[in-house]
Design a protein around this ligand. Sequence first.
Ligand code: GLU
Length: 356
Amino acid sequence: MSKKTFNTIVIKVGSSSLTTPQGKLDSKNLKRIASQIASLAHAKKRIILVTSGAIVCGAEKLGLGKPKTIPQKQAAAAVGQSRLMRQYEKAFEEFGLTVAQVLLTRDAISDRERYLNARHTLETLLEEKVVPIVNENDTVAIDEIKIGDNDNLAALTASLVGADLLILLTDVDGFYMPNDEGISYLVPEISEINQDVMDAAGHPSTQLGTGGMVTKIQAAKIVSDAGVYMAIINSRKDGLIEKLVAGEKVGTLFTPKAGKLEGRKRWLAHGLKVEGSLIIDPGAESALAKKGTSLLPVGIKSIKGKFKSGALVSIVDENEKEIARGLVNISSTELSNLIGKKDVGEAVHRDNLVIL
Ligand code: GLU
């Protein structure tokens, strides 16, 4: 592993790490995690915890079993979030640490002003030596505007605060891939998220346990663009977090891309929901990637989806491989009449465009 020092660290705990096989809150594992975080905090590391478990915790209290409807899940989250926080508060108090509850939603991330505001709050909490505990505000976040899973939420949080490392704690030892004989093995380090990695993530037989690897790979892509390292490690083994931070090889480490995106471009690339896509020709592709130009309607071959002007769109090549993302100046209805035409303005201005 590299000699990099990790100072600001986002640690995500999944529901599976906080639940017993009987579906109850696993206070023992919660304490194991809190004690490791406390050691790091006492060693002057800046730690943000992203936790799941609100729904599980609330469902247990309400006797709902596994809640199915959205209102049931939201009610369970409302009950469970405060129970969960009480457990963390108690656990961290033993180590003399204060915690803070931060509930985020997709619109707090996609609105640039609110995004910056969330960053200031988190920064202030860290300066005050408080451990911020983040979750999605499940009680108000309906499906359309939801981030939806805490792997993505944790990655967006790590990018937001410009963390050095994101740790995803789960109930497996790391990321598994099949070898040539089809037998899966634990991969110690991944430096490029290529098709093989994505295929392995989607393959249930190589991914033991309940840790969904698809969202973890999405998280790895987000933080890679932000220059943040990411690790997947087992939450149920003692001392792994500290070993990882000290530079030992544990679990799977994802190393970020060399050139990280600056703040606003990072937010553009991952903070917003993609509303549609523009399929462009090879000439436009090379102008965007090599010359850093704006995207003009003449280079667009077709469009997909319905979007308003100002929406975030994905810019893809003829094989639908994503090349860039950007805020489009023209709605899909208007743009469909301008495709292939010259001198009709810019579809996406270069300042609002990020090459991926
Ligand atoms: N926010 C949800 C909860 O606290 C969990 C989402 C996830 O596990 O990814 O229950």
